[in-house]
Design a protein around this ligand. Structure first.
Ligand code: GRF
Length: 203
């Protein structure tokens, strides 16, 4: 089962997937790591492990569509069964989303449908919410709006800051992403026409 990972950040979720593959929990291989940030941690991890790594800077392209086309044609070249967006911080064009329909998931740091978009930890605190979390969802053209496969929850404490929420959420995100990816790689969860089927049943 061929997985392509897209990331713009530290790459801790990529590392979690690699650990799960390494200890036999996730029957898959990472066939490429793709980024808009050549200096990011995810690309460093990919290079250290000798994985295929492609990082293309948006400013080297005429516009969003041209950058997206170049990066995702490299993604298409590795023939992924699944594209995992783990903190890829750019909006993906509709054309690309449609090209990879039913093959692309995203890890988002909120309890969707609450807080699509950026700065979710700060927004949860500003809204005075008692609960935070993360979601794995199908990527559809509308931002962070695809059907959710699974979520993890976290209680918000009085002293919490955006940083403390991010720190506490991080290991739970790793577990969530590994669990979802394992279910998809094992054929238990799959997307059909933008809807999740779990053990053949609609979610
Ligand atoms: C995660 O918190 C993810 O939910 C968010 O970006 C972060 C990526 O972290 N969208 P990492 O690069 O995998 O460490």
């Amino acid at each position: 089962f061929r997985i392509a990972v897209l990331a713009s950040g530290r790459g801790s979720n990529l590392a979690a997937l690699l650990r799960a593959i390494g200890d036999g929990r996730l029957p898959a291989s990472i066939v490429g790591v793709f980024s808009d940030k050549p200096g990011c941690g995810a690309i460093a991890i990919a290079r250290e492990r000798g994985l295929h790594a492609v990082a293309l800077r948006p400013r080297d392209y005429a516009d969003r569509a041209a950058h997206d086309e170049a990066l995702f044609s490299a993604v298409g070249d590795v023939q992924p069964d699944l594209i995992v967006c783990a903190g890829y911080l750019r909006i993906i064009t509709d054309t690309t989303v449609r090209r990879f329909e039913d093959r692309m998931i995203n890890l988002h740091p909120s309890l969707l449908p609450r807080h699509p978009g950026l700065d979710t930890h700060a927004r949860v605190l500003a809204a005075g919410e008692a609960e935070h979390g993360a979601s794995v969802h199908a990527v559809i053209p509308a931002l962070d709006a695809g059907p959710v496969l699974a979520q993890v929850r976290l209680d918000v404490g009085v002293g919490d800051t955006p940083e403390s929420l991010a720190d506490r959420l991080s290991p739970r995100e790793h577990a969530l992403l590994v669990a979802c990816t394992t279910a998809i790689a094992g054929g238990r969860a799959r997307l059909a026409g933008g809807r999740w089927l779990f053990d053949g049943q609609a979610l």
